[in-house]
Write a protein that binds this ligand. Structure first.
Ligand code: PHE
Length: 344
């Protein structure tokens, strides 16, 4: 099919002589209308041309399009009507209207607190590290001095993955959703030479659910190994870091506690400061466990306990946050209730 010849000159003349904004708009529509505009149709028809014809036609149409757009814009200014750009903006939008108040989103309390943990411990020279949430039985238990029949396993209601696969030590050991961040101690010590300081925040899983327990929660693990690291360092680091993280004065208490991977083992509590739950006022809330890394654990990762010693701790993330913001029920963190989330 031969291309229809167009009398572009006559359009140029009509634009230039257009008596009013309405007349101009009519010519614009005649040329650029979305369905039947002369240019629109001509551009669509190009598909039916031979390659040579198409090339020539493309040049012609593009030139026409460009020159008409410019000519119309010029004429519109001359006639004193708003320009095409202004018209587009003005289409149904009142540009003088005030912007509606909008809310900015923000991080959820937990990732926000995790960032502060990384920052506070980072400033104390701790290396920030991570580990997988699916662990082997070896890393979650055995290498931490918790052998298969050890009663400490009962204390951590474990989610096993494929419980039918073989038990025991070695590469075939069963998989678990990690019950604590302590396996990251092992991973870190397997890949680093002491002295070192490491902190690792992350998700952990236990079959547990009430006002202060959730089946998924967050912990941060800490590990510091050197030649002469003591319980004194452990207490100083924890009190310093947690006071800074809570942002106000809190009371701490250390009690003896039992964890197979530390000796001696301690638990640290913080005094509940809440005006929301009177029943908990004046009570202690457990933050987590800590202690001096057990010599067996050091031996399991080929670190000589005669030469090296240090501390480890594993704290909940939600618990100090509950104290910081006086949140009585830990489950509020995960319910996605905007009335709760917007308060922070
Ligand atoms: N992993 C222990 C728990 O989750 C806490 C802990 C970590 C205790 C490190 C001592 C040292 O209960």
């Amino acid at each position: 099919m031969a291309a229809a010849a167009h009398d572009w000159q006559s359009y140029a003349a009509r634009i230039a002589e257009s008596p009013s904004a309405d007349a101009l708009a009519a010519i614009e529509h005649e040329l650029f209308g979305r369905k039947a505009g002369v240019l629109t149709v001509a551009l669509k028809d190009m598909g039916t041309l031979s390659p040579d014809e198409r090339r020539a036609k493309a040049v012609e149409l593009n030139e026409a399009k460009k020159s008409f757009t410019e000519a119309i814009e010029l004429k519109r200014k001359e006639l004193g009507s708003p320009s095409g750009d202004q018209l587009k903006i003005g289409d149904g939008i009142d540009v003088s209207m005030e912007l509606p108040a909008h809310e900015e989103g923000h991080l959820h309390l937990i990732p926000e607190f995790i960032r502060s943990i990384e920052e506070v411990f980072g400033r104390m020279g701790f290396d920030v590290w991570t580990g997988p949430e699916i662990e082997t039985e070896d890393l979650n238990f055995n290498l931490l001095n918790i052998p298969p029949e050890h009663p400490a396993r009962d204390g951590q209601d474990t989610f096993w993955i494929n419980p039918s696969t073989s038990s025991g030590q070695g590469p075939n050991s069963k998989q678990v959703l990690r019950t604590h961040t302590s396996p990251v101690q092992i991973r870190y010590m397997q890949t680093h030479k002491p002295p070192f300081r490491m902190v690792c925040p992350g998700k952990v899983y236990r079959k547990d659910s009430d006002a202060t327990h959730s089946p998924m929660f967050h912990q941060f693990e800490g590990l510091m190994i050197g030649k002469d690291i003591t319980v004194g360092h452990l207490k100083a680091v924890l009190i310093e870091a947690l006071t800074e993280l809570i942002g106000r004065k809190v009371e701490f208490r250390f009690r003896t506690g039992y964890f197979p991977f530390v000796e001696p083992g301690l638990e640290m509590d913080m005094m509940w400061q809440g005006d929301l739950s009177e029943s908990r006022e004046g009570k202690w809330l457990e933050m987590g466990g800590c202690g001096m890394v057990h010599p067996n654990v050091l031996r399991n990762v080929d670190i000589d306990p005669e030469q090296w010693q240090g501390f480890a701790f594993g704290f909940g993330v939600e618990r100090p946050l509950m104290i910081k913001h006086r949140i009585p029920d830990l489950r509020s963190f995960y319910e996605g209730d905007l009335r709760f989330l917007k308060q922070f």
